[in-house]
Write a protein that binds this ligand. Sequence first.
Ligand SMILES: [Zn+2]
Length: 156
Amino acid sequence: MKSFSEFNEGNSKDLHHNGFKITFKMNKTFSEEDKIKFFSMLDLAAGYLKVKNCTIHITKSGDSDASGRTNHCNVRYDKNIEKMVETLAHELTHIKQHLVGDFVDSDEPFDYDHGVWKGKRAKIYTSGVKYHHSPWEVEARDIARKLIGLWKRFNK
Ligand SMILES: [Zn+2]
């Protein structure tokens, strides 16, 4: 069996790709094939969204999410690589939304329940129908779907 050390840096399982850092918060990393497929989406999404230098944590459990402020996102591991790279595209879209100023933190202190979407104060829901229909979620899903369409042309 091949060990992780093939693409290890030091003692970690971190991967580095075009300025992005990918860390595994689990005792697993990508197969060579999945690594190529993952990087293929990363390049596609990074170019389309104009995001760079993010840290991407691959997590074993918990929700996938993104923080534009810290330029990092969590992507939940899925053995279905297509599902996983769609999540990656979705979370990178959230990074872009923060980067271009479409979706930023509320300017009121400690107001974590609200953000500012395209200049307007908006309530942040964490689950349910209202979460699903939040404009930033709708956009993230739309862009991820579009990118998955392109990705599939190159990754069968
Ligand atoms: Zn989302």
